[in-house]
Design a binder for this molecule. Structure first.
Ligand code: C2E
Ligand code: CA
Ligand code: CA
Ligand code: CA
Length: 278
């Protein structure tokens, strides 16, 4: 009886109870959020570092919950992945990002690319490439302007994703490895997967200029990306010293608060006016 009492106590432990309630609330909210149009996308400019001009954007999802307010993606994306809701949410993200990018291209930003984050659950879904194909066709969009970002941590068990990654490549779109260098995975996938871009995780830039090893790591990652003939993008650029360092190492593309935080579509259009794409 004493044992049981203890278990009960743990189960009804206030914080656990609270976090379960929050999770159930999130789950219920997520189910309705697509229809209720509670999601929006914001766009962070991708900059060609030698000129400071914008060459594309990365779409980042935002959720304004009617009760909880703004919930960050790091809180609800894992719940969406666990519940399978990432499939309809992910479809919405790709469709909305392509729609917006096509509007901007039609307004004269003809070469502007759009990057979208995807979850491994989407990548493993057999119907995913066909749905992307339909979305691209519906906007008459050139597939080479769409880049799908896959977090390196998801590549641990990438065997099941290979067929879909190849089909996506065959459609003509681009594949990036996001948060590169943080996934604790073997590098062998770089040999077999048709990858276009490495995005250096922002944690490498935080202290890149402060220590010999930090600098050497960033240099080595950039060199590796260049040797493998990938595009190399630095994320999380926050000051000019980092820009100079990246340029001196041959990294030509970057994003971060130094240039711009993620912006609403309207704010993004203001940014275009000041940093016209080449
Ligand atoms: P991520 O793809 O690595 O996106 C970069 C995150 O860093 C974004 O956070 C961005 O706002 C933030 N950031 C940008 N510049 C800087 C900077 O200079 N310094 C610092 N410290 N941070 C910067 P956000 O928007 O909260 O997104 C967090 C993560 O949520 C993303 O990381 C991505 O993994 C995921 N995510 C966002 N949108 C989506 C989506 O539509 N689908 C999926 N599956 N995941 C998404
Ligand atoms: Ca990303
Ligand atoms: Ca990243
Ligand atoms: Ca991330």
């Amino acid at each position: 009886a004493k044992e049981k009492g203890r278990d009960n106590y743990q189960f009804f432990n206030a914080s656990l109870n609270e976090s379960m309630r929050v999770k159930m609330h999130l789950e219920n909210g997520l189910r309705k959020a697509v229809h209720r149009q509670e999601f929006t996308l914001c766009y962070q400019p991708l900059i060609y570092l030698p000129t400071g001009r914008i060459i594309g954007t990365e779409a980042l999802i935002r959720w304004e919950h009617p009760e909880f307010g703004n919930i960050p993606p790091s809180d609800f994306i894992p719940v969406a992945e666990d519940t399978g809701l990432i499939i309809p949410i992910g479809d919405w993200v790709i469709e909305e990002a392509c729609r917006q990018n096509k509007v901007w291209q039609n307004e004269g930003h003809e070469k502007l690319s759009i990057a979208v984050n995807i979850s491994v659950k989407q990548l493993e879904d057999p119907g995913f490439p066909d749905r992307i194909k339909k979305i691209l066709a519906s906007f008459d969009m050139d597939p080479s302007f769409l880049e799908l970002e896959i977090t390196e941590g998801m590549m641990q068990d990438f065997d099941s994703s290979i067929p879909n990654i190849k089909r996506l490549k065959d459609l003509g779109l681009k594949i990036s490895i996001d948060d590169f260098g943080t996934g604790y995975s073997s590098l062998s996938y770089l040999k077999v997967l048709p990858i276009d871009t490495l995005k250096i995780d922002k944690s490498f830039l935080d202290d890149s200029l402060e220590s010999f090893r930090g600098q050497a790591l960033v240099k080595t990652i950039i060199d590796m990306g260049i040797n493998l003939q990938f595009n190399v993008i630095a994320e999380g650029i926050e000051d000019r010293m980092q820009v100079e360092f990246l340029l001196s190492q041959g990294c030509l593309i970057g994003q971060g608060y130094f240039y711009s935080e993620p912006l609403s579509p309207t704010k993004c259009e203001e940014f275009f006016q000041k940093h016209l794409s080449p």
